[in-house]
Design a binder for this molecule. Structure first.
Ligand SMILES: [Zn+2]
Length: 270
């Protein structure tokens, strides 16, 4: 192994959380940025208070993407204070490239806590945090809505996740496509988990929009969850909640495990 390879391996083995990239300038032809309301003051401190102290890093790229499409105005994409996750605060492994803006990261810490509580209750697991992994179909992606091409997707801002399944220790994979509509009696608990999870996330205003398979056939195989701002440009109740999250552990309702239970796999950072 060459010296440069050794250095590379060493760097990858010890990802540093670092600091969020600075706030972006507005593109020339925009009066306001669609991602402006997604900024979170004291982002790093709030994530730490929510249990995110390792197994993620702040992307230093801070890139702004402009995408031109025929017959439509140019769209601009940017994920403010972008984070790249390999594990969440309760030790959940995220398969695939998982990039969220800071506000969405904070919402995901709330999501994990609720999902773990429910899984523990419904499947009567010994562990309080039985969910070990999450598979998704995408987080950050500069694009328009597939069904309404005049609107920009929240994925453009790292402000959404398309959740496909969760892995629960002692249970197996609980999958949106296979289990949301299942009629098999032995799979009913998996269905109950998915339905109650959506109910809880809506009740507790964890996300602005939650689109499940009852929404349309494009959502048969995943749960779309985002933190969109309201149509008048103001933060949604869910977005206001994460922006108001505490920046110190003393005041935080930190998830069990506090980010120390996960086993790191920095090589999976992409
Ligand atoms: Zn989506």
């Amino acid at each position: 192994m060459s010296f440069s390879t050794l250095v590379l391996v060493a760097l990858m083995a010890a990802p540093r959380v670092g600091d969020p990239a600075p706030r972006r300038e507005l593109p020339k032809d925009l009066e306001s940025a669609p991602w402006d309301e997604l900024y979170v003051d004291q982002c790093k401190e709030k994530l730490a208070a929510a249990g995110m102290t390792e197994h993620f890093f702040f992307s230093s790229k801070n890139e702004l993407e402009a995408r031109k499409l025929r017959r439509h105005p140019t769209i601009y994409c940017h994920a403010p204070q972008a984070t790249i996750w390999t594990y969440g605060p309760t030790g959940v492994r995220y398969y695939g490239y998982s990039k969220f803006n800071c506000a969405m990261s904070l919402a995901m810490t709330r999501f994990e806590k609720i999902a773990q509580e429910l899984a523990h209750e419904i499947f009567e697991t010994k562990r309080e945090t039985p969910i070990t992994a999450i598979r998704h179909l995408g987080t950050h992606n500069c694009r328009r809505l597939r069904q309404k091409p005049d609107k920009q997707s929240q994925h453009s801002f790292g402000n959404a996740i398309d959740l496909a399944s969760v892995y629960i220790r002692g249970v197996g994979e609980v999958d949106m496509l296979k289990h949301w509509h299942t009629k098999m009696p032995y799979l009913k608990k998996r269905q109950e988990f998915l339905h109650r999870l959506v109910d809880r996330l809506r009740e507790e205003q964890v996300f602005t929009n939650i689109l499940d398979p009852t929404w349309d056939s494009a959502h048969d195989n995943h749960l779309h969850m985002d933190l969109a701002v309201l149509s008048d440009g103001l933060p949604s109740p869910a977005l206001a909640r994460v922006q108001a999250m505490p920046a110190s552990t003393a005041a935080a309702d930190a998830p069990a495990g506090g980010g120390t239970t996960a086993k790191g796999d920095a090589a999976a950072h992409e």
